[in-house]
Design a protein around this ligand. Sequence first.
Ligand code: ATP
Length: 283
Amino acid sequence: MKPSDAETDRKYVLRLRNVGVTYSGGVVALRSTTLDFFQREFSVLLGLSGAGKSTLLRSLNLLVKPTSGEIVSSDFGVLGPTGALRQHRRRTALIFQHHQLIERHTALANVLTGRLGYHNTLRSFFPLPRADLELALHCLERVGLADKSMTRVDQLSGGQKQRVGIARALAQQPNIILADEPVASLDPATSEKILELLRQVCKEDGITAIVSLHQLEYAQRFADRIIGLAGAHVVFDGAPDELNDDNFAAIYAGHRREPIAPSRTSNPAYAQPPFTPEMEMSL
Ligand SMILES: Nc1ncnc2c1ncn2[C@@H]1O[C@H](COP(=O)(O)OP(=O)(O)OP(=O)(O)O)[C@@H](O)[C@H]1O
């Protein structure tokens, strides 16, 4: 498990204090959780479907409102219905599984939307300043899409669309990126490239990344820290090389890491979408 804050003296960026989420209808999606996210760290939220990953991730900018506890930004204080939340959201970029791009607009126009939080509503009806345009082009260049800047998004591949999503996030000049299943719709080769790119740009810019992923193999390969969730609880929090068979079993509903050849289809560790052929090879 991770050493305490006092031992490491690391600077937290976001702090959850006893944060819990119960949806209307009574579904407990996140039990009381106390957790710090640290500057420049690339954290992966890992767990089976329904474990609570998206709920935790979305609570970090109050897209999902905690029903108990509070979230503290080191820069802006306790997040609530105040200026602190607006400021926090401006510096927190989101990357989604389905990109959430405007398909009929160009890649450049989509990346420019990353700048809207820096302007008032009226200003956003007019062409954005030249500096924003230059920044957006630079972001597209960083994700390898300079030559596609004037291409409509609906003419791009899934991997290229996710690169546009990353460029849009970078254009926001964030100090935090929240990425909810950013590679769930992509093939394995493209997924690896996207995660490599995401990790690289976050490291280059000192961005704190919190990424929910299904695939254990990717979590082990790209994360500085894995936060394993099961049944609305954090059941593991540590470096990838600290994840042992018991932790694996805790995250994956009691199933062991060993291959279970004859009856694997009845084993949720294999039957659930998180488990890909690449992951099986790594087990
Ligand atoms: N808006 C909602 N209203 C009610 N229940 C919800 C809502 N969103 C999620 N849930 C429930 O909360 C629990 C946690 O869901 P969540 O989406 O956070 O899990 P997850 O680990 O991200 O799953 P997945 O990998 O499938 O996205 C699940 O039981 C889910 O059905």
